[in-house]
Design a protein around this ligand. Structure first.
Ligand SMILES: NC(=O)c1ccc[n+]([C@@H]2O[C@H](COP(=O)([O-])OP(=O)(O)OC[C@H]3O[C@@H](n4cnc5c(N)ncnc54)[C@H](OP(=O)(O)O)[C@@H]3O)[C@@H](O)[C@H]2O)c1
Length: 292
C-alpha cells in the first residue's frame, strides 16, 4: 500500500508555479493576482481562505482578501464582483462558499467573469469541461487528477466509482475520469444518497473517490483488494484531545481500508492540500488569459 501524499504533490505544483512566477518577475511582467471574497466569520471558511492567501504569498502571486459582514446585501456583493470583473489587475476571483442565506450562490457564481472563474464553478466553465475544452476545472477534482498523474496511476479501462454528485466535487470528478485523456478513460459509476446497492458497486471498483461528507463511511468490507481509494471528505468532529476542540475526519475508515489498497489518500494530508495547489494552477492560467 502506498500513501498518496498531498503534501509532496502540492509542494511540487507550488515549486513549478513559483519558478514560472519568478521568471515573470525577472522579465518585468506582472504576476498573477487572486482576489478572495470572504463573508462572515465561519471558522472553516476563515481557515481555507487564510491558506489560499498564504499559498499565493509563498508562490509569489498577489492576493487581495475582501471581507464582508455576514449581513451583507446581495446587491453589495454583486457590485463588488462587478468591480473585480472590471479590474484589469485581478486575474482570478473566488467567493468562499457557503454564502449566507440571503445570498443566492447560483447567482453569485454566474456573475464572476468566466475568464476569472478560478474555482471553475461557473456554468461556462462546467460546459467547457463537459465538452473536453480547455477550462478552469473545479479545484478539488483537478487536484485529484494532478495527484493520479504524479503517481502515474493507471486509469485507462478501470472502473471508477465516485460517491457523491455535487457540482463542486462528485459530478466534475466523474466527468474528468470518463474523458479520453490521461488520467481518464475510466468506466465511471456515480453513486449518491439514493443508490441502493452501494456496497456491491464499490466492491467492483478499481478506483473509489469518496466525496459525501460522512466520516468513516467507506469501510473495508466495501473495498476490493488493491483498489485505489481517494478520500475527499473533510468533516470536523468534536475531539477534546485537540487544542482546537475538533479533529478532521475523512469519508474513509482509513485504518481498516488502507491495508487493502494499492494507493490511498490520508485525511488530513491528502486531497485537501491538492485543492489549493490546483486553485493556484487555475490562477496562473487565468493570468495568461488576462491581456489587461
Ligand atoms: N478536500 C477538499 O479540498 C474538499 C473540497 C470540497 C469538499 N470537501 C469535502 O468533501 C465532502 C463532500 O463535499 P460536497 O461539497 O461534494 O458535499 P455535498 O454537496 O453535501 O454532496 C454530498 C454528496 O454525497 C451524497 N451522499 C450523501 N450521503 C450519501 C450516502 N449515504 N451514500 C451515498 N451518497 C451519499 C449526496 O447525495 P445526494 O445528491 O443524493 O444528496 C451528494 O451527492 C465533504 O466532506 C466536504 O467537506 C473536501
Amino acid at each position: 500500500m502506498q500513501i498518496l501524499d498531498g503534501k509532496i504533490v502540492a509542494q511540487h505544483v507550488k515549486n513549478e508555479l513559483k519558478t514560472k512566477t519568478d521568471l515573470l518577475k525577472a522579465e518585468g511582467k506582472r504576476v498573477p493576482h487572486l482576489a478572495a471574497i470572504l463573508i462572515g466569520s465561519n471558522g472553516a471558511s476563515e481557515t481555507y481562505v487564510a491558506s489560499k492567501v498564504k499559498t499565493c504569498h509563498e508562490i509569489g502571486f498577489k492576493s487581495s482578501l475582501i471581507r464582508f459582514d455576514e449581513n451583507i446585501a446581495e446587491s453589495d456583493l454583486t457590485a463588488a464582483i462587478e468591480r473585480l470583473n472590471n479590474d484589469e489587475d485581478i486575474d482570478g476571483i473566488l467567493v468562499q462558499l457557503p454564502l449566507p442565506q440571503q445570498i443566492s450562490e447560483e447567482k453569485i457564481i454566474s456573475l464572476i467573469h468566466p475568464d476569472k472563474d478560478v474555482d471553475g464553478f461557473h456554468p461556462v466553465s462546467i460546459g467547457k469541461l463537459v465538452q473536453g475544452l480547455p477550462a478552469f476545472i473545479p479545484a478539488t477534482p483537478y487536484g485529484i487528477m494532478l495527484m493520479l498523474e504524479h503517481y502515474k496511476i493507471e486509469t485507462s479501462g478501470k472502473h471508477a466509482v465516485v460517491i457523491g454528485r455535487s457540482n463542486i466535487v462528485g459530478r466534475p470528478m466523474s466527468i474528468l475520469l470518463s474523458q479520453n485523456t490521461y488520467p481518464g478513460n475510466c468506466t465511471v459509476t456515480v453513486c449518491h444518497s439514493r443508490t441502493t446497492n452501494l456496497k456491491e458497486i464499490c466492491l467492483q471498483a478499481d478506483i473509489i473517490v469518496a466525496a459525501l461528507g460522512k466520516p468513516g463511511f467507506l469501510t473495508a468490507d466495501m473495498v476490493k483488494e488493491n483498489a485505489v481509494v481517494i478520500d475527499v471528505g473533510i468533516t470536523r468532529v468534536p475531539d477534546t484531545t485537540k487544542k482546537s476542540g475538533f479533529a478532521i475526519k475523512g469519508d474513509v475508515d482509513f485504518e481498516n481500508v488502507a491495508p487493502k489498497c494499492s494507493y490511498i489518500t490520508p485525511v488530513p494530508g491528502g486531497v485537501g492540500l491538492m485543492t489549493i495547489g490546483a486553485l493556484m494552477m487555475n490562477t496562473y492560467n487565468a493570468a495568461l488569459l488576462n491581456k489587461g
